[in-house]
Design a binder for this molecule. Structure first.
Ligand code: MLT
Length: 236
């Protein structure tokens, strides 16, 4: 397997992804929340870049058919049913519902990676399940959402942990420079709730009263869903 890592989704050139399997990571919190939503019984998630497009899409799907979810600056978008906290995506709220979701970085990363042959949604909570799912890919692109176009430690650590799991399964793992850096990073840091709270965005979320979300997102391998984006919809 040849694997490359993009530390921000802005680095991704869509044509480069053709024929590849992409794994999209936004540990805090979009991809963790997507796993939570599907685990709670949501039928599908529509990742959308802008708030205006999310509203348009939800309206076209019909009243009562779709829930609007998302954040800006870590806070629920005004008028949306849900924010971007995994705790909000309970069975009572989302079971049998579609969710139209727009977040600052995570859904933009998913849309950017949708040019790949397969686009898989990963986070710490479903890491080993994703590793097993993509282990046979010939070309893998690990796309970190990053934060506002910049490196994000939580995503990079998760990317490195994914590569470590793949190296245990695949004898011939060829990494680009970013992949080698991510792997080295994951070997140097313990990933747990406290280390995520020390990441820049983890600290911001704690300041917004969302420390419990960060702790939830730190539960490595808690779930075994492998959500996949296809034709604009994420399903597991
Ligand atoms: C994002 O997409 O930027 C994040 O998921 C932000 C957040 O934690 O809500």
């Amino acid at each position: 397997m040849k694997a490359s890592v993009f530390f921000t989704h802005q680095e991704v050139a869509r044509p480069e992804l053709r024929g590849q399997t992409a794994v999209v990571i936004d540990v805090l919190r979009a991809t963790s929340t997507i796993v939570a939503a599907l685990d709670a019984g949501a039928t599908a998630i529509h990742p959308v870049v802008s708030v205006a497009d999310a509203v348009r899409l939800a309206t076209s799907l019909g009243r009562g058919e779709a829930l609007l979810a998302g954040e800006r600056g870590g806070r629920r978008v005004e008028g949306f049913h849900l924010g971007n906290s995994p705790a909000e995506f309970t069975t009572e709220r989302v079971h049998a519902k579609r969710v139209v979701m727009s977040t600052t970085n995570g859904t933009a990363a998913l849309v950017a990676a949708s040019a790949a042959q397969r686009t898989v949604v990963a986070s710490l909570v479903n890491l080993s399940a994703v590793a097993a799912e993509v282990a046979a890919a010939e070309r893998l692109a690990v796309v970190c959402a990053g934060h506002a176009g910049r490196f994000s430690m939580d995503d990079a650590l998760c990317a490195g942990m994914l590569l470590r799991r793949l190296s245990e399964r695949t004898a011939a793992l060829e990494l680009d420079d970013s992949g080698r850096a991510a792997l080295a990073l994951a070997s140097s840091f313990e990933v747990d709730a406290d280390s995520l709270l020390r990441c820049a965005w983890g600290a911001v979320l704690a300041g917004l009263g969302r420390e419990d979300d960060v702790r939830w997102c730190a539960r490595v391998d808690a779930l075994d869903l492998v959500p996949e984006l296809s034709d604009g919809l994420i399903r597991s």
